[in-house]
Design a protein around this ligand. Structure first.
Ligand code: AP5
Length: 222
């Protein structure tokens, strides 16, 4: 499977990617997760990107493109494909990705666009909690941890992302409408865009995705 997951913040991209990774063993590459790890390690890259991320702005293209290029050079990508989450985020990133994928001979199958209403986005992001150690994502009401503030899987403490406050969520939405939403045309003109209702339960979205992949394989064989 070779896909990119697109959609506004909180559409459920990371949550869907986790199910696909667990069930289909497709490598999940999330630029947001990689950048947050760099910030936690206080690396040179982490120090450069922190202020952009805290404000809800996009990190400069050259930094994220270099990251993605390195990740896609992993030999596992050739055998297992990839699921990119949070990249690309503007038309320049999408065009550059197209060239990188052409160079490594692994062109995209689909761009999955997950939609979500603003009310759902605000509810999801303000209630999101993430494990500091293993990165498992919870929600205060939708997916609560068994013991509040503690990860069910590894027992570490849960935290709220620095950009999950209402002011920064609104800024991220502005950036999404200005830079990311127009990029969908790039995939639409290539007939690679598939739209999913992100307001649905993640398991339902996963079922729809499986059905779509199955249909596509059938078409390929005729
Ligand atoms: P990133 O980490 O990519 O954040 P985002 O795109 O804003 O997306 P989110 O992680 O907030 O949402 P999601 O759709 O994954 O939702 P999730 O599944 O967790 O980027 C952060 C920042 O990094 C950017 O602002 C930018 O600065 C920088 N950056 C990253 N990539 C970049 C790039 N390419 N270029 C430049 N800068 C870049 O779900 C949210 C919550 O809802 C969870 O609590 C979950 O439990 C719950 N939930 C999810 N789905 C459902 C459902 N179906 N039903 C009920 N609850 C659900």
């Amino acid at each position: 499977m070779k896909i990119v997951l697109l959609g506004p913040p909180g559409a459920g991209k990371g949550t869907l990617a986790k199910i696909v990774k667990d069930q289909l063993k497709v490598p999940h590459i999330s630029t947001g997760d990689i950048l947050r790890e760099e910030i936690a390690r206080q690396s040179g890259l982490g120090l450069k990107v922190k202020s952009y991320m805290d404000k809800g702005e996009l990190v400069p293209d050259d930094l994220v493109i270099a990251l993605i290029e390195k990740k896609l050079s992993d030999p596992a990508i050739k055998s297992k494909g990839y699921m990119l989450d949070g990249f690309p985020r503007n038309t320049h990133q999408a065009q550059t990705l197209g060239k990188i994928l052409e160079n490594i001979g692994q062109p995209l199958d689909f761009a999955l666009y997950m939609t979500a209403s603003l009310a759902v986005i605000l509810r999801r992001l303000s209630g999101r909690r993430v494990c500091k150690q293993c990165g498992t994502v919870y929600h205060l009401t939708n997916r609560p941890a068994k013991q509040e503030g503690v990860c069910d899987l590894c027992g570490a403490v849960l935290y709220q992302r620095a950009d999950d406050n209402e002011e920064t969520i609104r800024k991220r939405m502005d950036v999404y409408w200005e830079s990311t939403r127009p990029m969908l045309d790039y995939y639409q003109t290539q007939d690679k865009l598939r739209t999913f209702d992100g307001d649905l339960e993640t398991e339902e979205v996963f079922e729809i995705l499986l059905k779509m992949l199955h249909e596509d394989t059938k078409v390929d064989h005729h």
